[in-house]
Design a protein around this ligand. Sequence first.
Ligand code: FES
Ligand code: FES
Length: 149
Amino acid sequence: MTRLCVNGETHDLACEDRDSLAGVLRDRLGLTATRIGCQHGSCGACNLLLDGVPVRGCLVPVALAEGQAVTTLEGLRDDPVMIRLREAFTAHHALQCGYCTAGMLVAARDLILRGRATSAAEVRAGLAGQLCRCTGYDGIVAAVLQAAQ
Ligand code: FES
Ligand code: FES
């Protein structure tokens, strides 16, 4: 049995220790904001927070998340930075298919909170590990800069 604390709620789940955290969140808890793309740490679609630190959810065995606070995009609905980011992504058309967006938002929020979103170059460098196949990134960078102001 694995005990997970997700978005402030405790869940006891029968799963394999090596199951990916992102998969368990989606398939067992219905928290589908966390996307699964490459499944090997390259795209960033599966970003979530472990004790407030962004991680690739596809690379985290669920057993490692025991005893840590797991936060998904669903748990950041009322977060002030996330509210600003959502508004800015809408204003700048920073998504098309939306597949990358949850991971992009989690990464962008972390950049802003660490004060690393002060220029377009800094945002591009900070989001270099986040892949988007649709937008060309310009709208995303503009949105993050706006939200950071
Ligand atoms: S699905 Fe986890 S990094 Fe791509
Ligand atoms: S909006 Fe489609 S992958 Fe980014």
